[in-house]
Design a protein around this ligand. Structure first.
Ligand SMILES: C[S@@+](CC[C@H](N)C(=O)[O-])C[C@H]1O[C@@H](n2cnc3c(N)ncnc32)[C@H](O)[C@@H]1O
Ligand code: SF4
Length: 409
């Protein structure tokens, strides 16, 4: 049976970026800055941008999800978070069962703070525990130890909110017995959701520079693959389902906001460096936007014309590429017939991708059922390849570069 995602392309999400951190982690290329900040002024800027941008989005029953990401939004004064949530709800609408997530770094939280965020309206915490092995946390340059990670998850659970826990593994030299310690501790804490990432070396980070100088040697791919398989098996045995490359949850409590991105839903991103996606009917002309990354420049922009760092209207080909790329990341997959219809392609997408789909299915990387496709367990290791192979035939489709206006047909 096809797994059913908790959201659809009819839903819209709201992402709010809080760009400040206490210390920059050496592996991190998120838009995070260690500079003094003013919590109230940042909330004011977010609310100015909300008023300017929300009307362009089709909201209907209101935003289906609200996600405070960072940076470290757990550093934001809960009073300001409450003000932002209240204004979104009253001014623009929040779905009655909206998922409202806040990312928390264990080095910045305590029981009372979790309670205050819940009082503000947050109903899900995503906790950056990363590891429960003290030496590994030092290697990762974290501001907290293993006990703080455990305490944060316990306190978040006690607040009554749902809890997701982030782990980073596949550090150089790590063996399964090391990773197992963190996975077992994570499971003892009974999170609703686990995001287990392999350590990625991003070029513009301390780790990236050490790598370029030969001072950091990442783990070999086959060693990583073996660890991924073991982590996955252990989490599955504990009742979690691997529903996306790095995401595990009990069935029915997947991350709604993240899934909205993967199914191709629209979202408004507010704050420094935040990205937005505004789908257009028929997909051609869907709009993508990225805000200025510097917090100071972003704050200034909200006092004038909200000038973004970039804004582009996508061609049908690029919009389809994006949907294919996202669709092959989750077990919810993608209904090619529905996508064909949405894009008004009269069957050309389904027939154009037919040969690739059949071949990838034959290789055991893709499931295929009446036009619906999804990655197999093996396919999860090759999502980039799947996306490239499925996007390749788009270039050959004449229908994609023909103007859509009936006058010109
Ligand atoms: C914005 S952070 C979460 C909140 C908070 N800033 C923190 O670090 O505790 C998002 C998550 O992405 C993951 N992450 C970030 N950079 C990564 C990298 N280079 N490799 C693997 N995972 C990474 C971490 O698990 C991190 O918790
Ligand atoms: S605390 Fe999170 S966002 Fe901040 S630098 Fe570390 S990983 Fe990046």
């Amino acid at each position: 049976m096809r797994p059913v995602p908790p959201v659809s392309t009819r839903d819209t999400g709201l992402y709010i970026h809080f760009p400040y951190c206490e210390k920059k982690c050496p592996y991190c290329d998120f838009n995070s800055h260690v500079v003094p900040h003013d919590d109230a002024a940042y909330a004011d800027a977010i609310l100015r941008e909300l008023d300017a941008r929300a009307p362009a989005h089709r909201l209907g029953v209101g935003f289906r999800t609200l996600y405070f990401g960072g940076g470290t939004p757990s550093l934001w004064d809960p009073k300001e978070v409450a003000r932002v949530i209240r204004t979104v709800r009253e001014g623009h609408g929040l779905h009655e069962s909206a998922e409202i997530t806040l990312e928390a770094n264990p080095g910045t939280v305590h029981t009372r703070l979790f309670e205050a965020f819940v009082e503000a309206g947050v109903n899900r915490f995503s906790i950056g525990a990363q590891s429960f092995v003290p030496d590994e946390l030092v290697q990762l340059g974290r501001i907290h130890g293993a006990a703080a990670g455990r305490e944060a998850v316990r306190a978040a659970r006690a607040s009554g909110a749902r809890v997701s826990l982030d782990l980073i593994y596949a550090q150089p030299g790590q063996r399964w017995s090391d990773v197992e310690r963190s996975v077992e501790t994570a499971l003892e804490l009974e999170p609703d959701h686990v995001s287990a990432y392999t350590l990625t070396v991003e070029p513009d980070t301390v780790l990236g520079r050490q790598h370029a100088e030969g001072r950091f040697i990442p783990m070999e791919d086959d060693e990583q693959a073996e660890l991924i398989e073991r982590v996955s098996a252990r989490l599955l045995a504990a009742g979690h389902r691997r529903y996306e490359v790095s995401s595990y949850a009990r069935e029915g409590i997947e991350a709604v906001h993240n899934t909205l991105y993967w199914v191709g839903g629209g979202y408004l991103g507010l704050g420094a460096g935040a990205h937005s996606y505004l789908p257009a009917p028929g997909l051609a002309g869907s709009r993508r936007r990225g805000n200025l990354k510097s917090p100071a420049l972003y704050l200034d922009s909200t006092r004038a014309k909200h000038t973004p760092a970039f804004e582009e209207d996508l061609s049908l080909e690029i919009a389809l590429q994006d949907r294919l790329m996202m669709g092959v990341r989750t077990i919810f997959g993608l209904d090619l017939r529905a996508l064909d219809e949405e894009a008004g392609l009269g069957g050309e997408l389904v027939s154009g991708l037919g040969a690739e789909v059949a071949d990838l299915e034959h290789q055991g990387l893709l499931l295929h059922q009446d036009g619906w496709i999804a990655p197999t367990v093996r396919g999860f290791y090759f999502v980039d390849l799947l996306a490239r192979r499925l996007a390749a035939p788009l270039r050959e489709m004449r229908e994609l570069d023909r103007p859509r206006s009936p006058v010109l047909e």
